[in-house]
Ligand binder design. Structure first.
Ligand SMILES: CC(C)(COP(=O)(O)OP(=O)(O)OC[C@H]1O[C@@H](n2cnc3c(N)ncnc32)[C@H](O)[C@@H]1OP(=O)(O)O)[C@@H](O)C(=O)NCCC(=O)NCCS
Length: 180
């Protein structure tokens, strides 16, 4: 799985590796992000190195560009929270779209595509995501994508609403999904 670059196609979007030329743009988006949506600004060189590996799932971490007709709308990723290794089969997901690309269904499509890929191709059993309780857009996307509110958690000195979808939930919602 680490050899080839992952591409996930949906009705409108393509999730693909970031191009080298897009990494500056992604760093700038992190620097300018609303503090509500990121726990803390990451170390720049670690962030750039990580995006240099995009398109490959390495130790539970995968970064993909959200692409609409060749244009970069933002990024979706799985990540391992610092100091909280995840059990096998559990993935944590995050997403950020540029302002102009929000509110048009792209967040929901991207989340559904990545989640389906994790269950189908990466032996996921549980896919989780956390958001600021005040982030109405992200909460709506989780709900509309069939995730369940699992509770709240305190991490990075803040409270987060934690959402989750299990393999069973996903299979129940995806009639074409392969049996395990
Ligand atoms: C959060 C984010 C990924 C959502 O993606 P999006 O493309 O804007 O959302 P969608 O257009 O797919 O919306 C999906 C559903 O959420 C609803 N929704 C979208 N924005 C909303 C808002 N601000 N308030 C309430 N509901 C909202 C939509 O109406 C839609 O519901 P519907 O299917 O019933 O119509 C995107 O807005 C974003 O990148 N925001 C900034 C970064 C961020 O907050 N990332 C998450 C950090 S945890």
């Amino acid at each position: 799985m680490t050899g080839s670059s992952i591409e996930i196609r949906g009705p409108r979007l393509l999730l693909r590796a970031l191009r080298d030329s897009e990494i500056d743009e992604e760093w700038q988006a992190m620097v300018e992000a609303d503090p509500m949506v990121i726990p803390a600004l990451p170390d720049e060189s670690a962030f750039r190195a990580r995006l240099g590996r995009s398109g490959r799932l390495v130790d539970g971490e995968l970064d993909l560009a959200v692409d609409l007709d060749g244009a970069l709308l933002g990024r979706i990723q799985t990540f391992v929270p610092p100091g909280r290794p995840l059990p096998p089969g559990t993935f944590d997901v995050g997403i950020g779209l540029r302002e102009h690309a929000r509110g048009q269904g792209h967040g929901r499509e991207a989340l559904t595509l990545l989640t389906g890929w994790l269950f189908e191709h990466a032996a996921a059993e549980i896919v989780e995501g956390a958001t600021d309780p005040a982030n109405a857009a992200m909460r709506a996307v989780f709900q509309r994508a069939g995730w369940t509110l699992a509770g709240s958690a305190t991490e990075f000195g803040r409270e987060w609403a934690v959402y989750r979808i299990t393999r069973e939930d996903w299979r129940a919602q995806s009639p074409g999904a392969a049996s395990p």
